[in-house]
Design a protein around this ligand. Structure first.
Ligand code: F6R
Length: 615
């Protein structure tokens, strides 16, 4: 949800900022902009609606002269995505430029006060209010830029990660954060800042994660200073080593990041499982559980909170935890949970699931859960993100950077970690028998090879995708473990192809949605050989008898569906609780190819962003 990037050092800032913006474009691509302070202290600002490529066309030569700059890629919240609302925003005098990720909630009140002092506004954004406020404070109290930023932020309610530069000062950049992420990359004689560390990869592996309510004062050839927003005291600097390579940020020969990420799943699941299945597949080790045995032993209820795809993983997690741990489980949309007055106490465990670790609703949900005394456990992909830093313990899924906006490898990683977590808690509480544990762990251990085999359906699914050029609606049906898989399959299709798709529990269809079925409404049925297989066959017959085309995802060698469904896609057979991981592969591919056939930009679908840091 908006990406910011900044550079101060000996090199030309412009190219570094543009490359950084391209790496952050997954956070929003409604508009982009750059502000450079050149060696003479002149501020050059260029911005453009649309993607970074548009910005490159409008930015002029002046931009290439400076070695200090800030830049922004936007996912619009306040005001439509046009050139004027694009960041950087500049103060009334033209002296101060600012980029911002987040939302200033009290911007209307601040704007009114500033208008009363004669300030005029060009854009409809909340951000312009902040830059004007900084200028107003700086001019009226004759203070330094860092102090004006600090005093302005003390008046701001909401979330922000900001970077600020000033005309006539080519040697200083100020950054600050609250709730929105900001990382500082420290090189030999240069400093980078960004919403995540991807823009620094290739330049430095030394990073500092700015904390909430911290301000960073970055001055050329001087040590970095961090100060506390509230008391203006210096805070300690903790430098960490970044574990990211350039290869992880490139398409690696694939047409799109999404296709690369689908095909990466054998190796990402290997990374996700590494070191966690031990003693010849008889024991699972998750340090987050080992270190908090008492909490897990005494838990009376587990609540899973998440959004979007991660929420679908949570639904599968519920079933896994109920099956293996016999603990009551609830699943909540984080956005509902945070305002739902949840009743929690210290016997509750709240598990948050988030790929980015920055989703605002999920972050707020766990903060609330902690205030109410629950033990909060995080399942996250991005190392060092806000959610893992705000949980009591947790497990990383370790699937590497997911750049395609539609989640694929993170989903299979989340379900894998949830399986390990359920087995680990079950092992601790003695609610899973040794044979079951061994069978599931043995199959999980082979999951990288199983997924590799599942990916062999690629040419078949690609061909099948062309059959559905007529469809404007799809129904995805599944039962038990695969009802959430159906929801996830439908979400993948709608977000990248813009075709309406509904996921439904197969047996519920007869209570309403069956009315929609005709020869123009295909259904995708997730029907691996599991305990509900016979039941789902009769659900499929109900669809067929109303003229709808049926694509069935079935376990290899199971022929009962062949005579009923129009198309069958086979997946390798695995224990029932692991079928969602394997069945998602053809669903990801189907959504992918349908979207590609329609000429859509699958990596950057319209209106979406990868990291949803606003409510
Ligand atoms: C869908 C998708 C979104 C995210 C959701 C939560 O493909 O990517 O639905 O799953 O925005 O994001 P995280 O997992 O980062 O909290």
């Amino acid at each position: 949800m908006c990406g910011i990037v900044g550079y101060l050092g000996p090199k030309g800032a412009y190219d570094i900022l543009i490359q950084g913006l391209k790496r952050l474009e997954y956070r929003g691509y409604d508009s982009a902009g750059v502000a450079i302070v050149d060696g003479d202290g002149k501020l050059h600002v260029h911005k453009s609606r649309g993607k970074v490529a548009n910005l490159e066309q409008v930015a002029n030569a002046g931009c290439t002269a400076g070695s200090l700059g800030i830049a922004h890629t936007r996912w619009a919240t306040h005001g439509e995505p046009n050139d004027v609302n694009a960041h950087p925003h500049v103060s009334q005098s033209g002296m101060i430029a600012l980029v911002h990720n987040g939302t200033i909630e009290n911007y209307a009140v601040l704007k009114k006060v500033l208008k009363d002092h004669g300030y005029e506004f060009k854009s409809e954004t909340d951000t312009e209010v902040l830059v004007q406020l900084i200028e107003y404070i700086k001019l009226t109290s004759s203070c330094s830029l860092p102090e004006a930023v600090r005093q302005a932020l003390l008046q701001v309610e909401g979330a922000y990660a900001i970077a600020v530069v000033e005309q006539n000062d080519p040697d200083t950049m100020i950054v600050a954060r609250k709730s929105s992420p900001l990382v500082i990359g420290v090189g030999e004689d240069e400093v980078f800042i960004a919403s995540d560390a991807t823009p620094f990869v290739g330049y430095t592996d030394k990073v500092i994660y700015l904390q909430d309510n911290e301000i960073g004062v970055i001055r050329r050839n001087q040590p970095l200073q961090l100060i506390s927003l509230h008391n203006n005291e210096p805070s300690a600097i903790s430098i960490q080593k970044l574990q990211l390579s350039l290869a992880q940020l490139e398409k690696g020969g694939y047409d799109t990041f999404m296709l690369k990420e689908i095909f990466e799943q054998p190796s990402t699941l290997r990374d996700c499982l590494r070191g966690r299945i031990v003693d010849d597949c008889t024991r699972v080790v998750l340090s987050g559980v080992e270190l908090n045995k008492e909490r897990f032993m005494n838990a009376e209820r587990i609540t899973l909170v998440a959004c979007g795809t991660s929420w679908h993983a949570a639904l599968i997690g519920k079933r896994l935890i109920q099956d293996f741990c016999q603990i009551p489980v609830e699943v909540e949309y984080a956005s509902e949970f945070r305002y739902g007055n949840p009743v929690l106490n210290n016997k509750d465990i709240v598990i948050s699931i988030s790929q980015s670790g920055e989703t605002a609703d999920t972050l707020a949900a766990i903060q609330l859960a902690r205030e109410k005394g629950a033990f909060v456990y995080g399942i996250c992909n991005v190392v060092g993100a806000s959610i893992p830093r705000n949980t009591d313990s947790g497990t990383y899924i370790h699937v590497g950077p997911e750049i395609g906006v539609a989640s694929t490898k993170a989903f299979t990683g989340q379900v894998t970690v949830l399986t390990l977590l359920a087995l680990s808690i079950g092992q601790l509480r003695g609610t899973v028998d040794k044979e079951t544990l061994h069978n599931i762990l043995s199959a999980l251990d082979k999951m990288p090879e199983i997924i590799k085999e599942a990916l062999n359906v690629d040419p078949e699914v690609k061909k099948l995708s062309r059959v559905f050029s007529y469809a404007h609606n799809f129904l995805y049906l599944g039962r038990g473990y695969n009802y959430p898989t159906a929801l996830e399959g439908a979400l993948k299709l709608k977000e990248i192809s813009y075709i309406h798709a509904e996921g439904y529990p197969a047996a519920e269809m007869k209570h309403g949605p069956i009315a929609l079925i005709d020869h123009e409404m295909p259904s995708v049925i997730i029907a691996p050989s599991d305990s509900l297989y016979d039941k789902i066959i009769s659900n499929v017959q109900q669809v067929k008898s109303r003229g709808g085309a049926v694509v069935a995802i079935v376990s290899r060698g199971n022929t009962a569906m062949t005579d009923i469904a129009d198309f069958c896609i086979e997946i390798p057979e695995v224990p029932e609780c692991l079928t969602p991981i394997v069945a998602s592969i053809p669903l990801q591919l189907l959504a992918y190819y349908i979207a590609v056939n329609k000429g859509k930009n699958v990596d950057q679908p319209r209106n979406l962003a990868k990291s949803v840091t606003v409510e």
